[in-house]
Design a binder for this molecule. Structure first.
Ligand code: COA
Length: 208
């Protein structure tokens, strides 16, 4: 596996001042909504505790910054180019680090019934072989992981990223972005998390 990921429970986070740098703590304290504060802290705790498997730095020597597109970056003394990704949903937060390759995307979503309008907007007819919540949630979580792999958010049409019979197809802006990063072979891994959640990781498939 060319990446590592870590899942943490938002209810079991250490104190913010044991995880965050002074700069991060200022951002953290600025959040007005407790849920957002917790999720933000959880994403950083997941990423930093994972990074400690690869670096000899402690949590307060590492910093997570978001680029103008929102994509997270891990800053460590002396620098690193390891691609990272963050997600949080419900009781969980998670982060992934790519050990090889130029990109990574991770997403968690709760398995629940969503509106017909949402499904019509997000899914191309060729993708829909079932209307079951677990099927649609798995399709969605895979799409979001690819979105993050491409470093773009919900600003693109989600039907540009399709899974037809399980095979990833990129169209329109998603295809352009993929070509811009060298058209890497994308591997998708999916896992179930306790409490009825789906987790997906989009990573660069190792060159065989
Ligand atoms: C990426 C995105 C779809 C995730 O939304 P979500 O499913 O509600 O949230 P998740 O918990 O799964 O993921 C949130 C994390 O995605 C990461 N993220 C945000 N934008 C990202 C992007 N463009 N590429 C990759 N990762 C991104 C962040 O680390 C964020 O967590 P943080 O804010 O705590 O650091 C959403 O954040 C988004 O659309 N971001 C882009 C916003 C945008 O278009 N900005 C453009 C400004 S010009």
């Amino acid at each position: 596996m060319a990446y590592r990921y870590k899942v943490v429970e938002l209810a079991k986070l250490p104190a913010a001042d044991t995880i965050l740098t002074a700069g991060e703590l200022a951002v953290y304290q600025d959040f007005k909504i407790e849920k957002r504060r917790k999720e933000w802290l959880g994403g950083r705790y997941a990423l930093k505790s994972l990074a400690m498997d690869f670096f000899t730095f402690n949590m307060k020597q590492m910093e997570v910054k978001n680029s103008s597109s929102g994509q997270p970056r891990l800053l460590v003394p002396g620098g690193t180019h390891l691609p990272v990704s963050i997600t949080h949903s419900g009781i969980w937060a998670s982060a992934a680090i790519a050990l090889t390759g130029e990109a990574i995307g991770i997403d968690i979503e709760v398995v629940e019934k969503r509106s017909k309008a949402w499904a019509e907007e997000c899914f191309h007819k060729d993708e829909i072989s079932s209307k079951a919540a677990v099927f649609l949630t798995e399709l969605w979580v895979k799409k979001e992981a690819v979105l993050k792999f491409l470093g773009v958010g919900l600003s693109i049409n989600m039907q540009n990223i399709r899974f037809v019979n399980g095979n990833l197809e990129l169209h329109g802006k998603a295809l352009d972005l993929w070509a811009k990063i060298g058209s890497p072979k994308i591997q998708i891994d999916v896992e179930d998390l306790d409490g009825g959640y789906k987790l997906a990781v989009a990573s660069q498939a190792p060159l065989l």
